[in-house]
Design a protein around this ligand. Structure first.
Ligand code: F6P
Length: 341
């Protein structure tokens, strides 16, 4: 069998572990050939690829990023490129393509799968927002990075009697905010799933100071927005891929809280540090299992499917189901954190 692999969308710790696992299972166990397309869908559309043998994936299990490179693609470019992709798949004699990516990549994978290309998807995103898998690899690493940052920020916040508003990633969902906030004992957690009321937030943080505490840590997901009419808010615009370009919720919250509480406040934006560097052991294992199962699915001819974690089992789920909706934080999960709005 000849298998093509690509990584697309925002990178994520564990991508290299999937690539390595696919090559090990396919080449070493099945005697397949594997090629890797460069920079996501662009590599497939332009037939820009290289052969991936066992040597090519040596030493990459613990490496962050992706040895293949990644990029985002505009949906209309991909739609226009379906026939070109089909031509390259035929010319290269590919029997299966394994795209590894998040929401946008999986939607693109579905488009190509519906057009008849042999696709098995692998979900990835630090945001953990892909429906139909319990967890995506990269999330555990991102939560670990954010938690360590929060732990560190507590000491400087206390020294200066400040409110630190820490912005973590999470465009549509607050999984990283919720988990890191709970793990680090943040004093308020703000998620996109529940638009915040600035008055309520100021009161929650203010109560802490009234109780004699000298600092407060607020964790906010980058995509969080105020309840309509509760505060003036710059929501930013859209980038060329149709993604929201945020105007800085932490910065806006810090100005507002400083004024309302009369306490010094500072925004801290963790940004891409959450996505960089070595994956945790959990993410390496999940990524490795996804790679192994994706190869098996390709050998069985289970196309139009995606690997997913359910409980402790790796299962296949249809790409159609996977992209139907995002997995948001349920309010009963949010309620379990003691510092919610
Ligand atoms: O989707 C993953 C993610 O890391 C989001 O959490 C974040 O909003 C986005 O990617 C950032 O994208 P970019 O790297 O293009 O700025």
């Amino acid at each position: 069998m000849r298998i093509g692999v690509l990584t697309s969308g925002g990178d994520c710790p564990g991508l290299n572990a999937v690539i390595r696992s696919i090559v090990h299972r396919a080449v070493a166990d099945h005697g397949d050939e594997v090629v890797g397309f460069h920079d996501g869908w662009r590599g497939l559309l332009e037939a820009d690829y290289r052969k991936l043998d066992l040597d090519a994936v040596g030493g990459i299990l613990a490496l962050g990023g992706t040895i293949l490179g990644s990029s985002r693609v505009r949906p209309e470019h991909l739609r226009d490129g379906v026939e070109r992709a089909r031509g390259h798949v035929a010319d290269l004699g590919l029997d299966a393509i394994i795209p590894i990516g998040g929401e946008g990549t999986l939607k693109a994978a579905r488009l190509l799968s519906d057009a008849g290309l042999p696709i098995v998807g692998v979900p990835k995103t630090i945001d953990n927002d892909i429906a139909s898998t319990d967890v995506t690899f990269g999330f555990d690493t991102a939560v670990g990075v954010a938690t360590e940052a929060l732990d560190r920020l507590k000491t400087t916040a206390e020294s200066h009697q400040r409110v630190l508003i820490v912005e973590v990633m999470g465009r549509h969902t607050g999984w990283i905010a919720l988990h890191s906030g709970m793990a680090a004992g943040a004093h308020a957690i703000v998620v996109p799933e529940r638009p915040f009321d600035i008055g309520e937030l100021a009161e929650l943080v203010g109560r802490r100071f009234q109780a004699g505490k000298r600092f407060a840590i607020v964790v906010v997901a980058e995509g969080a927005k105020p309840r309509e009419g509760s505060m003036e808010f710059d929501i930013g615009g859209k980038d060329v891929y149709g993604h929201e370009r945020f105007a800085g919720v932490a910065r806006q919250l810090s100005l507002e809280l400083e004024e309302r509480l009369g306490k010094e406040a500072r925004p801290v934006i963790l940004g891409h540090v959450q996505r960089g560097g070595t994956p945790t052991a959990y993410d390496r294992v999940l990524a490795t299992r996804f790679g192994w199962h994706a190869v098996e699915a390709a050998h069985r001819g289970d196309f139009g499917m995606m690997t997913a974690l359910r409980g402790t089992q790796i299962v296949l789920t249809s790409l159609a189901e996977a992209v139907e909706h995002l997995k948001t934080v349920p309010m009963e999960r949010y309620a379990e954190a003691e510092c919610v709005l």
